[in-house]
Design a protein around this ligand. Structure first.
Ligand code: ZN
Ligand code: ZN
Length: 750
């Protein structure tokens, strides 16, 4: 028996013992009924705890099979679990004590309190507090200070303060904790008062006290206070350590206090903190925020071994300073070198792309990220949603919507609003509205998102309905709200309603008309042919009209072929934006429509002499998980041959069904493209055909165009929608066109 005892004891305490050993030993103990031996039982429990592989049911089972564990064996179990950060199991083990008629002591209780603090579990924490109070352990200073920490972690400052005030002996740790608690909440005066009171009570602050205060002020946005406090600390002769430096640098960065930043940098070099990865990240972040790209690059280059936190700070710094290309280059270099990228790394490059209009790259990176098995988080998702909307990547947009539901961030009002906007831009206005209706507390951004969606789709009735619902909800409109309703009215030629909203803006809502509102009114009036009325609005404007306003007039002059006002608008535009080819083209088209070939030619010569070329026409379409870019007249798409064949077939069928291309559409083409390109090559037509070839029959298609859709493509896509039985959504720079059964939702008015 003695030999067996020794063997068991050795097996249990061996440093190489595994879960399997623990289970075997457990079985032997049960069989030989050796549980009365405290030493073995305790060793067994510790071994279980140290194997890191316990689940809560397993723990309960083990504890249930131990006939009479002592407080000592429980303590070693709980301490082992606490050491390996198994907070839920610490609480689970603790809950077995009462049934074993064991009462925790002043050593065991703090472990449990600490576990509930780590889990921010207020209820168990409060139960432990009640127990401590009943058993007179509450007056123990370790117990009391762990309760204070717990309440602070659970954001119950007043509870923490109550306990703090009744404590007879308060050491520097408790003082520091309560001061940090107030600083984190931005309660500046109270934190400072406590700081003074601490000294009055004869307790000297230490680095932890200072660091807690600096970090707290920084986190609550009191950057000026944090930096001021840092100066006081230096004056008082304290030597900052690595964590002081990483606490204060974010505030230095937010204040863009380059001078202080450089001083801290010098101190870091002198003290040799350059190996502390938190210090390195904080310095990169600070230089990035201060716009000191060179200094940031130097810090990065001097780090011997880059770890992922510093890389993330560097990437964020680069993209904050608009250096997207550099950020991508660094990202790729480190990825190729085999560095393990985490979700923050991926998110920072994705955000960098999507914030700089590189939507396709952002989506591509997102796919690579998923392929690497990295799950997006609550920061990745909001930066991807706009990218999906911008390139009409509906499939990916829906996936990201699912992620947001799974991550529980759908309720975030900004995520919700971004989804509303994304669905609207992907042509799914009902889904957009659905997202809006599911929001528990829509704000101004959400209302504007849903209204701008309706406006984009030319749905004036719905836009105005939302405006009234918004009134009823008590939400005040802003200038964006009025841009939405006015542009909805403008697209539908609703002059009376337009005037009403326009007049009510400043009179009823105190929103002064801005440039975009004048532009909407000019579009509204001039599109329905009231060009003189539109011109008089421009003349009465209290501010100098900008290119948007004159541009609105010029495009309508082109629609109605009004030469007089067209020339006036064009002259202004040539001065305001001399390099925009669109204006020359519009005026030359007006000349052409009047048969003024000499003038038309002169415009072309002017363009040529200025080296201006038409903006290339691009279209995008999502097929499966990939967004394809098609360029007018570009033959490089791998399926181009098939596309052209299909287009030929469609042309034949169209002719059979009586579709006649307009003889003068060359002149009406704002893109001024060559004749043969028009016959087959406009990018929106190519994109539609690519969609037809690669999706199953009946599936709707959505295409985006970077310019206004031309008359011919509009007519052709109408016919295609009927011949192929497809719904086709085309978003151009102005609005949405929903083609179905041979008609377009815009009623040919755009
Ligand atoms: Zn076209
Ligand atoms: Zn249309």
């Amino acid at each position: 028996m003695c030999g067996m005892f020794q063997a068991l004891s050795q097996c249990l305490t061996s440093p190489t013992a595994s879960l399997r050993h623990a289970k075997q030993a457990h079985a032997v103990l049960l069989r030989l009924n050796l549980f009365s031996d405290t030493h073995l039982t305790t060793a067994l429990i510790s071994l279980y705890a140290n194997t890191f592989s316990l689940s809560s049911p397993q723990l309960h089972l083990i504890l249930a099979t131990l006939p009479n564990p002592t407080l000592f064996s429980f303590s070693s179990l709980i301490h082992a679990l606490a050491r390996s950060s198994h907070s839920p199991l610490v609480l689970a083990a603790f809950s077995h004590l009462p049934s074993r008629r064991l009462a925790p002591d002043a050593f065991l209780l703090p472990s449990a309190i600490k576990a509930s603090a780590t889990l921010r579990a207020l209820r168990p924490g409060q139960q432990l507090h009640a127990f401590a109070a009943a058993s007179a352990l509450a007056s123990d200073s370790v117990v009391a200070s762990s309760l204070i920490h717990m309440y602070l972690k659970c954001h119950q400052l007043s509870h923490a303060r109550q306990l703090f005030d009744t404590m007879p002996h308060r050491d520097v740790v408790v003082w520091s904790a309560i001061i940090a608690g107030y600083s984190r909440l931005g309660l500046l005066d109270e934190a400072k008062n406590l700081f003074c009171a601490m000294r009055d009570h004869g307790v000297d602050p230490n680095l932890v006290t200072w660091n807690g205060m600096l970090a707290g002020f920084g986190n609550s946005g009191l950057h000026g206070e944090a930096v001021a406090m840092f100066r006081v600390m230096l004056v008082e002769g304290f030597f900052p350590d690595g964590s002081t430096v990483s606490c204060v640098l974010p505030s230095v960065g937010c204040l863009e206090d380059t001078v202080m930043g450089k001083q801290v940098h010098g101190y870091v070099i002198k003290q040799g903190f350059g190996c502390d990865r938190f210090v390195v990240s904080a310095m990169l972040d600070m230089y990035g925020k201060c716009g000191c790209v060179e200094a940031m690059g130097q810090v990065f280059d001097e780090v011997e071994e880059i770890e992922v936190g510093s890389l993330n700070a560097f990437l964020t710094g680069l993209s904050r300073n608009g250096l997207v290309e550099e950020a991508l280059e660094v990202f790729r270099r480190f990825k190729e070198s085999g560095m393990e990228m985490n979700v923050v790394t991926w998110t920072s490059v994705i955000a960098s792309c999507s914030q700089n209009g590189r939507d396709l790259e952002a989506l591509e990176l997102f796919r690579d990220m998923q392929a690497d098995g990295v799950e997006p988080n609550a920061v990745t998702i909001p930066s991807l949603i706009p990218a999906c909307g911008n390139v009409s990547a509906l499939t990916q947009g829906k996936e990201i919507h699912c992620f947001s539901l799974r991550k529980g961030i759908f309720d975030d009002v900004y995520v919700g609003s971004a989804l509303i906007d994304m669905y609207a831009k992907c042509g799914r206005i009902q889904l957009s509205r659905h997202c809006f209706d599911r929001m528990s507390a829509p704000n101004l951004v959400s209302w504007n998102a849903v209204m701008s969606g309706y406006a984009m789709h030319g749905k004036a009735k719905e836009t105005m309905e939302m405006f009234h619902l918004m009134q009823q909800s008590g939400q005040k409109p802003d200038s964006i709200t009025f841009t939405c309703v006015l542009s909805a009215c403008a697209q539908n030629g609703l002059t009376e309603e337009g005037w009403r909203y326009y007049n009510s803006m400043s009179e009823e809502y105190g929103v002064e008309p801005r440039m975009e509102h004048y532009a909407c009114m000019v579009t509204l009036l001039s599109r329905v042919g009231k060009l003189e009325e539109a011109y008089s609005i421009i003349k009465e404007m209290p501010v100098e009209p900008d290119a948007c306003v004159w541009g609105a007039l010029l495009s309508s002059c082109r629609v109605h072929n009004n030469l007089g006002l067209g020339e006036i608008a064009a002259e202004k535009l040539f001065l305001l934006e001399p390099a925009n080819p669109g204006n020359y083209i519009l005026l030359s088209n007006i000349y052409a429509s009047k048969g003024m070939w000499g003038e038309e030619n002169r415009m072309r010569e002017v363009m040529k002499s200025k080296g201006l070329r038409k903006n290339p026409g691009y279209s995008w379409i999502e097929v499966g998980h990939k967004v394809h870019t098609l360029l007018a007249g570009d033959q490089s798409h791998p399926q181009m041959k098939e596309i052209l064949e299909k287009l030929d077939k469609l042309n034949m069928e169209m002719k059979k069904s009586g579709y006649l291309p307009k003889t003068n559409f060359v002149l009406q083409d704002v893109e001024e493209q060559d004749k043969e390109q028009i016959l087959c090559g406009h990018s929106e037509k190519l994109a539609v055909v690519l969609g037809l070839l690669n999706t199953s029959p009946g599936q709707p298609l959505q295409v985006i165009k970077n310019l206004r859709i031309c008359d011919d493509c509009h007519a052709v896509i109408k016919v295609i929608s009927r011949l192929e039985g497809r719904e086709i959504h085309v978003r151009d720079t102005n609005r949405f066109h929903h083609f179905k059964d041979g008609v377009c939702s815009c009623g040919d008015f755009w």
